[in-house]
Design a protein around this ligand. Structure first.
Ligand code: ASP
Length: 729
């Protein structure tokens, strides 16, 4: 039951149309430009719009961080960062060994000298933004093919980013597509590259409940960790150096140890990743019938294999843990979404709306001439995508299945891309990104596990060797492997040929040698092609196939850009209202209330869990294996300062009806005064469908209650120095 009151408003460049919400409804990840339009007082805020967002001064948004795809916030004047455990997990994992098992035991830096570099992590804080739609779309010419159109837009975006970074040295510029094919905004960020791990609880706290509880309520996960941003002594932002000093942010958030209670207003500032609320029924049906079932099947298979390997050896378990976490997280989310799409009959409902829109278009000859075929052409595009779906899916995963093949392909691609003009390269190989690309490759190589690589690679090769789609779409480079033994068509013989290839490929290859691999990234294509490494040879053979696929995707994007832009225009005419753009990894505001929900008949979930619940769930076995110390503390100490006054216990997690998605993880949950009361980390199972359609009935996000974090630091973690630094005594 959605209660949205719609008012007409003037145009803002972020919006095509604006929804304005009544007090009860909280749909909407609002871009910054919308904040001044809100009547914050009547919504229950006790701060004014300037305190939230002030382009000419300091405001809360200066304390909000984009942390490697997650959100985080500054919580001290010395650059202390609070985010989720699962967002800091890679940092914990990269410094974990069998001997120093920080994943099992947790990590604590007792002073700054003990803080460990969080390799690959960066911090972005927004400085300003500007509409660049005209600049971007100005390069489109009528005579261009669709693929040329996409390339021209991409190149122009890169130019804007490069030129902006020249004007603001040390800053990071990113152009975001707000409405598909229609509006583009340039964001300029402060960009810090020396980030360190400060504190992480044991995994049995940070992931308490594991995958059984993931995407679920009631929840008892202590999903929090602390990091710190550093800058050079002269204030510039450099990579890690022991001489660097803690960064002093313009703004940091103040924790509110008193927390919140049911029905209190809360709001979130963060970087939600992607939603699909403006997408058509054709997109939704594609997701429901094609993409997500493929993903669930493949990921389920991969999880099975990797979990078995992990059981055998702790070092392997440590190496495979980030991959397994990611696979589980995506698979379960897709399962929730598939269930939601079915229960809500969302594709059907969206089609009904499109039918009404089509009737509106046809009622007027001018509109008919302009928009008459928009929906039909979108349908045609998705039909084309369906035909190639399995082929595209396998091709995409083939490179990801094997670190060895993936890295070989990057070497080949780099040798071609790096020769082009900077703004004509694929983004990963541009000068502004290349160092990071290499660093990422190096970090991932640290998790290389040959046994896992072989099993996944073999499976994907087997799948790639099958005929696909309506007409068999063959991958010539894969056919070469199986044709060598003239075994095309016979499963057992194919497997034999693939086994033979795999057995002969891994031993001679040196691509798992970091120095050797990094050296290859400097070599020209001519030399790369001569290298006798089996993976390099396969990557060279695969390259044309991937180029063809890329070209097709650019053509499809060009078509979709044009059609989606027209669709938004005619929807505006039809509905007479304005919309908020789908989430796209840019900073947004969402607000709501601490509130329970009813997931099923006769069931009502209250909005707080407590420490008593952690103990109730504890079985002593993963994933419900709370540390003994926690159980002892629960049994022997009073909750004290951090207790919820009515529950008389430390609240662990909380529920609220804000509008969040992937990427909102680690976002601060703030009270009406703009003080920190929690840390967003997840949604309920029914709420996973939120990415496609928000509803007050089921859209609930989950956060760690700040009182649990503070209690934990104080009693369990021996981290009073952090409480002091956060000005909580
Ligand atoms: N768990 C998600 C994340 O990792 C948050 C969400 O999707 O609600 O970003």
């Amino acid at each position: 039951m959605k209660r949205i009151r719609i008012i007409r408003y003037g145009l803002s460049f972020f919006l095509c149309f604006v929804f304005i919400f009544s007090l009860q409804a909280e749909e909407g990840m609002l871009p910054l430009s919308e904040i001044p339009r809100l009547d914050l007082k009547s919504l229950g805020f006790k701060i004014d719009a300037n305190e939230l967002y002030n382009p000419n001064g300091v405001s809360l948004i200066d304390g909000i961080i984009n942390l490697r795809g997650c959100t985080a916030s500054f919580v001290s004047p010395d650059g202390l960062i609070l985010t989720n455990y699962h967002c800091a997990f890679r940092a914990v994992q990269t410094v974990t060994t069998k001997e120093n098992d920080y994943m099992r035991d947790g990590f604590i830096a007792r002073d700054r000298s003990q803080e460990l570099p969080a390799k690959g992590y960066t911090v972005r804080v927004i400085e300003f933004y500007r509409d660049v739609s005209k600049d971007v779309l100005g390069v489109v010419k009528k005579e261009m093919t669709y693929a040329q159109r996409t390339r021209a837009i991409e190149k122009q975006i890169k130019k804007i980013e490069v030129n902006t970074e020249k004007m603001y040295p040390g800053r990071r510029a990113e152009v975001a597509e707000m409405f598909i094919g229609k509006t583009y905004v340039l964001f300029v960020y402060t960009y810090l590259k020396d980030v360190r791990l400060v504190y992480a609880p044991p995994r049995s706290i940070g992931e308490y409940g594991g995958e059984i509880d993931n995407w679920m309520w009631p929840r008892h996960t202590g999903d929090f960790a602390f990091m710190r941003a550093y800058s050079a002594p002269d204030g510039s932002f450099t990579d890690y150096s022991p001489n660097n000093v803690p960064y002093h942010p313009k703004k940091y958030l103040q924790a509110a140890p008193e927390g919140v209670k049911e029905e209190d207003l809360v709001f979130i500032l963060g970087y939600p990743g992607r939603t699909a609320r403006h997408r058509t029924s054709y997109f939704i049906s594609f997701e429901e019938q094609v993409r997500m079932p493929c993903l669930v099947e493949l990921y389920g298979w991969m999880i099975n294999v990797l979990e078995k390997l992990s059981e055998k050896d702790r070092t392997v378990e440590i190496k495979l843990s980030p991959k397994l976490n990611g696979l589980w997280n995506s698979m379960k989310r897709s399962q929730g979404q598939l269930q939601g799409l079915k229960n809500l009959e969302l594709a059907k409902k969206r089609k009904e709306k499109e039918n009404a829109l089509q009737a509106f278009i046809q009622a007027d000859p001018q509109r008919q001439a302009k928009y008459g075929r928009v929906l039909e052409r979108i349908a045609e595009l998705f039909n084309e995508k369906r035909k190639d779906a399995e082929y595209d899916f396998i091709l995409g995963y083939l490179l990801r299945s094997s670190t060895m093949l993936g890295n070989a392909y990057k070497v080949v691609e780099a040798s071609i891309e790096r020769k082009k003009k900077d703004t004509e390269r694929e983004s990963a190989y541009m000068n502004r990104n290349f160092d990071r690309t290499l660093k990422r490759i190096e970090i991932n190589l640290g998790n290389y596990c040959e046994e896992a690589d072989k099993i996944l690679f073999k499976e994907l090769l087997m799948r790639a060797a099958k005929p696909k789609g309506d007409k068999p779409q063959r991958i010539p480079a894969v056919d070469n492997i199986i044709l060598k033994d003239s075994v095309k068509g016979n499963h057992a013989a194919k497997e034999k040929a693939i086994d033979a290839f795999i057995n002969s490929a891994y031993t001679p290859s040196r691509l798992n040698d970091k120095d050797f691999l990094m050296g290859l990234f400097e070599k020209p294509n001519k030399e790369i092609k001569m290298i006798k490494d089996p993976f390099i040879q396969l990557a060279v053979a695969l390259y044309p196939t991937y180029q063809e696929q890329k070209e097709k995707q650019k053509r499809q994007k060009g078509i979709l850009d044009e059609l989606m832009s027209q669709l938004i225009n005619v929807k505006k005419e039809f509905m007479g209202i304005e919309f908020i753009p789908d989430a796209n990894g840019t900073l947004r505001l969402t607000y709501g209330r601490i509130r329970g929900y009813s997931p099923a008949d006769a069931v009502y979930y209250r909005p707080f869990t407590t420490l008593a619940g952690v103990i109730q769930k504890n079985t002593g076995k993963h994933p419900f294996n709370a540390p003994k110390k926690l159980i002892h503390l629960y049994e022997t100490t009073k909750p004290g300062l951090f207790a919820h006054p009515e529950l008389k216990d430390v609240p662990v997690a909380m529920l609220y009806n804000t509008d969040t998605t992937g990427g909102s993880s680690g976002s601060p949950v703030l009270n009406a005064n703009g003080r920190l009361v929690g840390l967003n980390f997840d949604r309920v199972f029914e709420g996973t469908i939120n990415d496609y359609a928000w509803d007050e009935a089921y859209s609930r996000s989950i956060g760690v209650d700040i009182r649990y974090i503070l209690w934990f630091l104080d009693k369990f973690g021996g981290a009073r120095h952090l409480l002091k630094e956060m000005n909580v005594q």
